[in-house]
Design a protein around this ligand. Sequence first.
Ligand code: PMV
Length: 315
Amino acid sequence: MPAVSASAPGKIILFGEHAVVYGWPAIAIPVHQVQAKAIVLANPRGRPNEVKLQAPAIRLEAWLADLPMTHPLAKAIILVREHFQLATIPACTIRITSAIPVASGLGSGAAVSVALIRALSIFLGHPLPDEQVSSLAYEVEKIHHSNPSGIDNTVITFEQPIFFTRNQPFELLQTGADLTFLIADTGVKSSTAEAVNSVRRNWQSDERKYEGIFDSIGRIALEARNVIEHGPSGQLGDLMTRNQALLKEMGVSSPELDTLVEAAMNSGASGAKLSGGGLGGNMIALAQPEKVDTVKDTLLHSGAADVIITQLKKS
Ligand code: PMV
């Protein structure tokens, strides 16, 4: 059998991270410039269930049987096997590669899961529909942090801009105008679990304050949806900056993120904020096309390890 493969993009959260965990709405878009890929090669001479995993980027080369069930890659494979109620999987090698920086708020964990679940289901002769891919990837997300909202696996599986509220059907977002975002990496790795847990602790110690912050963020996400869908996009930058102020109040920004947000704003961006869990990772800035080069140069001079430019095209 020839090798089969599947890919999945990265993502950014435009509005609403963290508050989305508590039931408020959020907006996310795929980032096609960075992808995770899974390749499955049959090994006709191997025995059933002899599955070799290779992920050079994390220096992993192991048999499935030797990995703990809590390992995200092992978990994804077992979930697919259980979904099809198979006792065994044909012998194969699964190779994972990814250009999505890890622990940076770009959804690398979810993208690897989605690519792997897709590729394996194709290899087994039953390509899974997107709904199912997303729901299995959500189960793997629980390993990364115990209480995921589901926004990462959804936007990465469906590869479309989404308006997302936890435990509700997501909505595809129409876009009224072209939007250009710069994604700047602080170079500081950060754990989503740590960020989500610290927000939970803060929320538990001052529920009133945190409910107020989440509520304000939810309102911003609603307003942003309206602006993205109907334009003009002029107010969108302000909404991002307001969202960032609330994320800072929540305690999930960092000096490096603040420096890049300030650099973006000082060089002509319309708005800027962290994206994802925070405490490091990436920040995003919205910029008019004529400002993009200047903002990019300024971000690189202000310490950004890398800058990706991505566009949301008018629907
Ligand atoms: O996995 P990250 O760091 O891209 O962040 C996910 C967004 C959070 O709202 C912080 C968590 C969640 O499950 O929605």
